[in-house]
Structure formats: structure tokens, C-alpha cells
Design a protein around this ligand. Structure first.
Ligand code: NAG
Ligand code: NAG
Ligand code: NAG
Ligand code: NAG
Ligand code: NAG
Ligand code: NAG
Ligand code: NAG
Ligand code: NAG
Ligand code: NAG
Ligand code: NAG
Ligand code: NAG
Ligand code: NAG
Length: 687
């Protein structure tokens, strides 16, 4: 008993201040808890009593003072306004990442001189500015205040955070320029400044982020390894000093407004794994020194104004996975090192002026997922080796000068979802093996010199969304199997030599939004099933030899916004839907006899404006109808009655919303179509 009393008095006497401060800390934490929403309070249900050192998320130091507040991923909702930091003079670790906290960063935080770890990241709604004096937190090693709504600038005082190794302010609304002396943060290893609104130049001092000031640590541990400045508005050149960051592995500057040329010093970053400079205004050549970047896995330089050649040994180190130099002004051959670049996963070289025989430029890439070579000057024949790229989903070689046949072996690349060989000089037949590419969503072979028939096997491509075989020399019929491609949105077979009639199976493609069969040799009537679509927006059947009437089902094509049926032998009334009624004459011209209420078309004549018990007859004018018009209306009416055997349903060629349409061969030898309006419609129709 005596011993215990002694012990107790010892404790009281030696840590009186820490006991009172613990009381204060308890109260401070409970006050903060009470300020959070009800659900947050339930997550902190262990926060009761007077010993916070046992509470969830709280840890104390040896003298019993709160040193650690770790509440990440707790789902807390509220502000930090009621958390008086001054009550925690020994706080070294504060982590409330990934909650729903909001409001200002408390300015008292800058007084926490022992704080080494501070994380407010991923709360989404912290607002206001970063405290100007943040540089007073001289012990900080981790400052993570990313992914919120912070605005204002990055305070100049951060340059005093000489022990900081991790600085993340990404994903805020920070603006202004970076502190010129940013290079003073000599311990920084990871710098995430991306996705803000920073402006001005990238300070040259950034090259000092490699300075080895602490001799007791190796250089490796002290120079920047990740530098992300992308998605800001930085201007001016990339400072040559960046070449000093010899340990840098990830350098990302994409989507800024950087100009000038890529400094050749970049070739000194021999540890670079990832270099992303795309979407800037960089010009000049890609420095050959980049051949030195032998561990490079990802090089993205797209969407700039770079000229000259792609460094020939870019895959020399044998680790390149992602190469993007698309949308520049690059010339010359494909880098030779790409031939053996077995690691290649993604390659974007499109929209340059690269010139080389495509059959020799590439190898076999078992990892390749995506390659776009479009809009270059590649020539030669397609290698069957592309078929060996088992993981290839995207092969785009559009708009080059590739010739020869489409190798049937291509169909071994069964993962393909997009095959675009359009705008080349390919010839020969479309290999029927293409029907094995059942995951294809886009098949674009237009603007080549392909001949032969469309292989019915294309009907196996049930995932197709877009098929264009336009501008080739294809013959034969449209295979009815095409109707199995029921996911097609866009079908373009125009400008070929395709014959026979349009198969009604096309109407099974219920998703079809655009159908272009123009400039072919199609005959027969338009299948009435085509009018069953609810989504067709664009229909071009012009320049064929289609005949007969436009099916009455077309009255229901309400989604149609563009139609062209010119240069056929169609006759009869146009459907009373916007696309037709508002169509320019050029979209309807040169048919055998269309009528209706559209520009340049003769009206379908209402005959015998008088009413009769059998209803009002509207008779459609043919182009040479004036002869008939000369008739006495009554005689015409009787002629029609006779020709249709009193409107026998045998002569009914369809039903429109407001009456039936009949086809009548008059005794004069003329064929006319007419609508017999329902008697109930007479009042509206007779004026
Ligand atoms: C604080 O707590 C977290 C989570 O329990 C732990 O990871 C971290 O090491 C602690 N830090 C200190 C300085 O005690
Ligand atoms: C964020 O916290 C929630 C719980 O509040 C958790 O479900 C989620 O996985 C966390 N997110 C991350 C990225 O850790
Ligand atoms: C707790 O301590 C802080 C800092 O010393 C002081 O400002 C605050 O008034 C104290 N709170 C209580 C409830 O004693
Ligand atoms: C900060 O917290 C977030 C959310 O929990 C986490 O994703 C992130 O890695 C943390 N930052 C550091 C440097 O640990
Ligand atoms: C931020 O605030 C908005 C609006 O109050 C809210 O919808 C959103 O969920 C908040 N974000 C987070 C991560 O809590
Ligand atoms: C906290 O820091 C601010 C600004 O640096 C200073 O004015 C204030 O006196 C400090 N407060 C305490 C209690 O140390
Ligand atoms: C910075 O880090 C070094 C090495 O860990 C340490 O000795 C020094 O005390 C730290 N400086 C501050 C202000 O915490
Ligand atoms: C920061 O945002 C607040 C509103 O959250 C606004 O009042 C203030 O003017 C903004 N400051 C700057 C520098 O943009
Ligand atoms: C950095 O710290 C020094 C020494 O404490 C101080 O004189 C200077 O004003 C600080 N710089 C900034 C930008 O805060
Ligand atoms: C980089 O490449 C250039 C020319 O390709 C060469 O002269 C230079 O020595 C290399 N530099 C380094 C650091 O390897
Ligand atoms: C590519 O690989 C083949 C076979 O492994 C080898 O013979 C050839 O020399 C290599 N070519 C280049 C340019 O590395
Ligand atoms: C193809 O992709 C799969 C899944 O992404 C991967 O596991 C596999 O290794 C790849 N195959 C080859 C030959 O690279």
C-alpha cells in the first residue's frame, strides 16, 4: 500500500503537466468528435472515458501525450475547426486521409514543430489556402494534401522543408508559379504537383532536387525519383537542369504549355522508366541522347510539333512497353530497335510522315495490345506476322500506302476489336477468315482496291459496331448474313459494284444508325422491313437502280435526319417525315416519279376534291402526269376504281397512318400510286 502511494505520488510529481495536458487532449478530441456528424461519431464509439491513448486511431508517446492521430479511411464527415492542434504539442503523425472532411486547413497546424507526417489527402473538399507558414513544419517528411479544393499558391516557405521527402498537392486548384527556390527541398524524392492550375516556367532550380547535402545518406536516397507536373499550365522550355535528376524514374510533364525543344540533357536520366511529355508545344528534334535511356518502359511524346527521326535505338535496352510519338511532324524510318522490341505493349506512331516498308519495320510482339500507324507514308505489304500478336486488340494502319492482299493469317489475332486498314492500296479479296475475328467492333477496309464478293462470314462478327467497305471494287450481293451483325451502328458499303437487291435481313440490325449503300448497282425494291428501325438517322441509297415505291413503313422512321435516294428509279409518294420533307432536291432527284411536299418535287395531286362515299382519292403525280391531269376528274376517278377493282386489297401496297396506298395501272398505260384517305380524315385533307 505504501509502495503504491509512493508510486502514485511519484507519477503525479514528475508528470503533472502531462496529466493536465492529457486531460486537455481528451477534452479536445471529444469536442472534435462531437462536432462530426452522427455516423462519424458512431465510427469513433471507442472514444469514451479519459484515456485517449487507448482509443482507436490514437497513440501516445512514452510520457502519455498524444503523438499519433491516424484516422484514414474512417468515413469521417465534418471539419477540423474544432480540433485545437495546440493541445497536441507532441504530435508527430497526423493522418486523416480518405475521409469526407472539409473546410480550411487549421492555421495552428504550423505550430506543430514535431510533426513529421501530415496527410489530409483524398477528402475532396478541403478548401482555402495552404497555410503560408507551412515551411515552419521543419520536421515534416511527408506532406500529403492532394485531391481537394485548395486554392491560392504553393507557399514559398515550402522550400524550407528540408527534410521533406514526399510532397503531394496534386488534384487541387492551386495557381500561380512555383517558388523559384524549389530546388532547396533537397530531400524530396516524390513530388506530385500535377492536376492544378500552376502557371509560369518550371524553375531551373528543380535540377537541384538531386543535390546531395546529407553526406551520410547515399545519393540514391536523396534525389527525386518521381516528378509529376502534368495537367497544369506551365509555360516556357523544359529546363536543361532537369538532366541533373540522375535518379529520376518517372518524369511527367504532359498537358502543359511547354515550348522549345526537348533538352538533350534528358539523355542523362539513365534511370528513367517513364517519360511523358505529350500534349505540349514542344518542337525541334527528339534528342538522339534518348538512345541512352536504356531502361525506359514508357515514352510518350505525342501531340507536339517534334521533327526529325525517332531515336533509332529507343528500344535498345529491351524494356520499352509504351511508345507514343503520335501527332508530330516526324519523318524518316521506324526505329530499327522496334523490330526486336518484344516488350512492346502499346505503340502510337500515327499522324506523322514516317516512311518505311511496313513489312520489314516490325517484328512479332506477343505482348502488343495496341498499335496505331495511321496517317503516315508506310508502304509495302502487310505481314502475316500481325496474326501472331495474340494479345493485339487494336491494329490501325489507315491512310498509308500499304499494298498487296490482306493476309488471311491476320485472323489469328483473335483478340482484335479494331481493325482499320482503310485508305491504302490493298487489293485482292477480303479473306473469309476475317469471320473468325468475332470480337471485332470496328472493321474499316474502305478506300482500297479490294475486289471480289463480300464474304458471308462477315456475318459471324456479331460484335461489330462499324463496318465500312466503301470505295472498293466489291461485286456480288450484300450477304444476307450481315443481318446477324445486330450490334452494327454504322454500315457503309458505298462506292462499290454491289448488285442485286437489298436483303431484308439488314433490318435485323436494330441498332443501325447510319446506312450508306450509295453508288452501287443495287436493284429491286427497298425492303419494307427497313422502315421498322427506330434509330436510323442517316440513309443513303443514292446512285443505284432501286425501283418501286418507298415502303409505307418508312412513315415511321421518325429518327431519320438525313436521307438521299437520288439517282434511282423510285416512284410514288415520299414518306411524310421530316427527313424527306426537308430534304434538298439533290437528295431526291433523278428518280422515276417521286411526289410529295418537298422542294423540287411535284405535289401528290388530290384528285376529285369532291368527296365520295368511298372516300377522298389522292392520286400521285408522275413526272409526266399532266396528260392525265387533262382528264375530267370523274373519268379519272372511274378509271382508278376500275384499275383497283373498287380498291381491292390486292392492289394495296401498304398502309400509312391516314389511309391505304394503292397501285393502279390505268388504261392509259400509266402506273400511279394513290392514297385512299379514311372518310374521317376528309375534313383535314380536303383543303
Ligand atoms: C501512427 O499510427 C499509424 C497507424 O497505426 C502507424 O502506421 C504509424 O507508424 C504511427 N506513427 C507513429 C510515429 O507512431
Ligand atoms: C476510403 O475509405 C472507405 C471507407 O470510408 C473505404 O471503403 C475505401 O476503400 C477507402 N478508399 C481507399 C482508396 O482506400
Ligand atoms: C488546452 O490547451 C490549449 C493549448 O495550451 C489551450 O489553448 C486550451 O485552452 C486548453 N483547453 C482546455 C479545455 O483546457
Ligand atoms: C494519404 O492518405 C491517402 C488516403 O488514405 C493515401 O492514399 C495516401 O497514400 C496517403 N499518403 C501517404 C504519403 O501515405
Ligand atoms: C464534397 O462536397 C460535395 C458537395 O457537398 C459532395 O457531393 C461530395 O461528396 C464531397 N466529397 C467528398 C469526397 O466527401
Ligand atoms: C503559432 O504560429 C503562429 C504563426 O507562425 C504564431 O504567430 C503563434 O504565436 C504560434 N502560436 C503558438 C501558441 O505557438
Ligand atoms: C532532418 O532529418 C535529419 C536526419 O534524419 C535529422 O537529424 C534532423 O533532426 C531533421 N531535422 C528536423 C528539423 O527535424
Ligand atoms: C479560394 O476559394 C475561396 C472559396 O472557396 C474564395 O473565396 C477565394 O477567393 C479563393 N482564393 C483564391 C486565391 O483563388
Ligand atoms: C526559411 O527559413 C529561414 C530560417 O528560419 C527564414 O529566415 C526564411 O524566411 C524562411 N523562408 C521562407 C520563404 O519562409
Ligand atoms: C548519351 O548519348 C550520347 C550520344 O548518343 C553520347 O555521346 C553520350 O555519351 C551519352 N551520355 C550518357 C550520359 O550516357
Ligand atoms: C533481332 O533478333 C534476332 C533474333 O533474336 C537477331 O538475330 C537480330 O540480330 C536482332 N536484331 C536486332 C536489330 O537486334
Ligand atoms: C496476354 O494478355 C494476358 C492478360 O493481359 C497476359 O496474361 C498474357 O501474358 C499476355 N500474353 C502474352 C503472350 O503476352
Amino acid at each position: 500500500m505504501f509502495f503504491l502511494l509512493l508510486l502514485q505520488s511519484f507519477l503525479v510529481s514528475t508528470s503533472a503537466s502531462s496529466t493536465t495536458s492529457l486531460l486537455n487532449q481528451t477534452e479536445t478530441l471529444l469536442k472534435w468528435k462531437a462536432s462530426l456528424d452522427d455516423q462519424s461519431q458512431s465510427f469513433l464509439s471507442s472514444w469514451v472515458g479519459n484515456n485517449p491513448c487507448n482509443w482507436v486511431g490514437i497513440a501516445c508517446d512514452r510520457v502519455g501525450s498524444v503523438s499519433n492521430i491516424s484516422l484514414s479511411n474512417f468515413g469521417l464527415k465534418g471539419t477540423l475547426d474544432n480540433l485545437n492542434f495546440l493541445a497536441f504539442p507532441n504530435l508527430i503523425h497526423f493522418d486523416v486521409g480518405n475521409n469526407s472532411l472539409y473546410g480550411d486547413i487549421p492555421s495552428d497546424i504550423v505550430n506543430m514543430s514535431k510533426l513529421t507526417f501530415f496527410n489530409l489527402s483524398a477528402n475532396g473538399n478541403f478548401s482555402g489556402n495552404i497555410p503560408k507558414d507551412i515551411g515552419r513544419l521543419s520536421s515534416l517528411t511527408v506532406l500529403d494534401i492532394a485531391w481537394s479544393q485548395l486554392n491560392g499558391s504553393l507557399p514559398v516557405s515550402v522550400v524550407n522543408l528540408s527534410n521533406l521527402s514526399y510532397l503531394a498537392v496534386a488534384g487541387n486548384n492551386l495557381s500561380g508559379s512555383l517558388p523559384q527556390e524549389i530546388g532547396m527541398m533537397s530531400s524530396v524524392i516524390i513530388l506530385f504537383l500535377h492536376l492544378n492550375s500552376f502557371t509560369g516556367p518550371i524553375p531551373a532550380s528543380i535540377g537541384n532536387l538531386s543535390n546531395c547535402q546529407h553526406l551520410f545518406l547515399s545519393e540514391n536516397e536523396l534525389s527525386v525519383i518521381i516528378l509529376f507536373l502534368h495537367l497544369n499550365s506551365f509555360t516556357g522550355p523544359i529546363p536543361a537542369s532537369i538532366g541533373n535528376l540522375s535518379n529520376c524514374q518517372h518524369l511527367s510533364l504532359f498537358e502543359n504549355e511547354l515550348s522549345g525543344s526537348i533538352p538533350s540533357e534528358i539523355g542523362r536520366l539513365s534511370s528513367l522508366i517513364e517519360l511523358i511529355l505529350d500534349n505540349n508545344q514542344l518542337s525541334g528534334p527528339i534528342p538522339v541522347e534518348m538512345n541512352n535511356l536504356t531502361v525506359l518502359g514508357s515514352l510518350q511524346l505525342g501531340y507536339n510539333q517534334l521533327t526529325g527521326h525517332v531515336p533509332d535505338k529507343i528500344c535498345h535496352g529491351g524494356s520499352l512497353e509504351y511508345l507514343a510519338v503520335n501527332r508530330n511532324h516526324l519523318t524518316g524510318p521506324i526505329p530499327r530497335s522496334l523490330r526486336n522490341c518484344t516488350t512492346l505493349y502499346r505503340a502510337r506512331l500515327e499522324e506523322n510522315q514516317l516512311e518505311e516498308n511496313i513489312s520489314e519495320a516490325f517484328g512479332i510482339y506477343l505482348n502488343l495490345d495496341f498499335i496505331d500507324l495511321s496517317d503516315n507514308k508506310l508502304y509495302g505489304e502487310l505481314s502475316p506476322n500481325w496474326g501472331l500478336c495474340q494479345n493485339l486488340t487494336n491494329l490501325q494502319i489507315s491512310n498509308n500506302k500499304v499494298s498487296g492482299r490482306i493476309p488471311p493469317e491476320l485472323a489469328q489475332a483473335t483478340q482484335l476489336t479494331r481493325l482499320d486498314l482503310s485508305l491504302n492500296q490493298l487489293s485482292g479479296e477480303i479473306p473469309k477468315e476475317i469471320g473468325k475475328l468475332t470480337t471485332l467492333a470496328y472493321l474499316l477496309l474502305n478506300d482500297n482496291q479490294l475486289f471480289g464478293r463480300i464474304p458471308p462470314e462477315i456475318g459471324n462478327l456479331v460484335n461489330l459496331q462499324q463496318l465500312s467497305l466503301a470505295k472498293n471494287k466489291l461485286v456480288g450481293p450484300i450477304p444476307e448474313q450481315l443481318g446477324n451483325c445486330f450490334r452494327l451502328l454504322h454500315l457503309n458499303l458505298s462506292n462499290n459494284l454491289i448488285e442485286e437487291s437489298i436483303p431484308s435481313e439488314i433490318s435485323k440490325i436494330f441498332a443501325l444508325e447510319s446506312l450508306d449503300l450509295s453508288w452501287n448497282k443495287l436493284t429491286g425494291e427497298i425492303p419494307q422491313e427497313l422502315g421498322g428501325s427506330r434509330v436510323l438517322e442517316m440513309l443513303n441509297l443514292s446512285h443505284n437502280m432501286l425501283s418501286g415505291f418507298i415502303p409505307p413503313t418508312f412513315d415511321e422512321l421518325k429518327s431519320l435526319t438525313y436521307v438521299n435516294i437520288s439517282y434511282n428509279q423510285l416512284e410514288g409518294p415520299i414518306p411524310p417525315i421530316k427527313a424527306f420533307l426537308l430534304a434538298p432536291f439533290d437528295a431526291l432527284r433523278d428518280n422515276k416519279g417521286l411526289c410529295g411536299n418537298a422542294i423540287g418535287l411535284l405535289h401528290c395531286v388530290s384528285e376529285g376534291q369532291k368527296k365520295s362515299t368511298s372516300g377522298l382519292i389522292k392520286e400521285c403525280r408522275l413526272q409526266d402526269l399532266f396528260a392525265i391531269w387533262g382528264y375530267d376528274g370523274k373519268i379519272l376517278y372511274e378509271n382508278i376504281l376500275e384499275a383497283t377493282e373498287q380498291f381491292n386489297s390486292n392492289y394495296c401496297i401498304g398502309s400509312r397512318g391516314y389511309g391505304n396506298v394503292y397501285k393502279a395501272a390505268l388504261t392509259t398505260g400509266r402506273v400511279v400510286a394513290m392514297k385512299k384517305l379514311n372518310p374521317s380524315d376528309d375534313n383535314q385533307s380536303s383543303n
